[in-house]
Design a protein around this ligand. Structure first.
Ligand SMILES: C[S@@+](CC[C@H](N)C(=O)[O-])C[C@H]1O[C@@H](n2cnc3c(N)ncnc32)[C@H](O)[C@@H]1O
Length: 203
């Protein structure tokens, strides 16, 4: 039987990718990095926008799956994967830039030192480069309630995240709710809003 969570994730992935595409606008967008790409669902939806695309994740098996998924579709982009632990400040995703666009979907909340990670992303982008982060609003721990091993952030306060982005050298262009992911928590459906925050490297 099909896993209903797969369908939920598929709908979420498509909605988030649509929102990122809309914020980037029409046309070609050069070189891009997907941070915390997982199995590559979002990048499969967006790969046609770029000339070069690197999928970064700590999970080698997920990246192998992503590479397979991207190989199935006809993309103009030169695509590759890079196994990087973004929680390790000694191993930021250097050597990948400069790029024009970085996007990250539901990965930031897994990274303890988001400030260090966003500083590394700033350095990865060319001046004027765009950063798009989709993640959960503060959720009191509900989204990962089923995970005893989860040690990340229980979503983010958008204002606080914007302040960190400013400190890291970004101009915040805006944020909006782009999707509500509905999951069962304690047997009851609960909606978890996902925001998209759009920022630009200014220096
Ligand atoms: C919820 S998944 C999201 C995957 C994908 N962006 C999507 O929307 O389907 C979070 C991803 O972040 C990755 N991740 C978690 N901690 C990480 C870290 N320290 N460094 C790099 N990637 C990490 C996980 O391996 C996982 O693939």
């Amino acid at each position: 039987m099909a896993d209903p969570d797969d369908e939920r994730r598929r709908r979420r992935t498509q909605a988030v990718a649509r929102a990122i595409r809309s914020d980037l606008g029409p046309g070609a967008h050069g070189r891009a990095v997907d941070i915390g790409a997982g199995a590559g669902g979002v990048s499969v939806e967006l790969a046609d926008l770029f000339e070069q695309l690197v999928l970064v994740d700590v999970d080698a098996a997920a990246l192998a799956h992503a590479a397979g998924a991207l190989a199935q579709i006809a993309v103009r982009a030169r695509v590759r994967t890079a196994e990087v632990d973004l929680s390790d400040p000694a191993a930021p995703p250097h050597g990948l830039g400069p790029v024009d666009v970085v996007y990250s979907v539901l990965a930031l909340h897994h990274v303890q030192r988001t400030d260090l990670m966003l500083a590394a992303v700033h350095d990865l982008l060319a001046p004027g480069g765009r950063l798009l982060v989709a993640d959960l609003d503060s959720d009191g721990g509900g989204y990962h309630a089923h995970r005893t091993d989860f040690a990340g952030h229980n979503g983010f306060d958008r204002t606080e995240l914007a302040a960190v982005l400013h400190q890291c050298g970004f101009r915040v262009d805006g944020d909006r709710t782009i999707y509500v992911d509905t999951k069962l928590v304690g047997g009851e459906p609960r909606g978890f809003p996902i925001f998209l925050i759009s920022a630009t490297r200014t220096d």
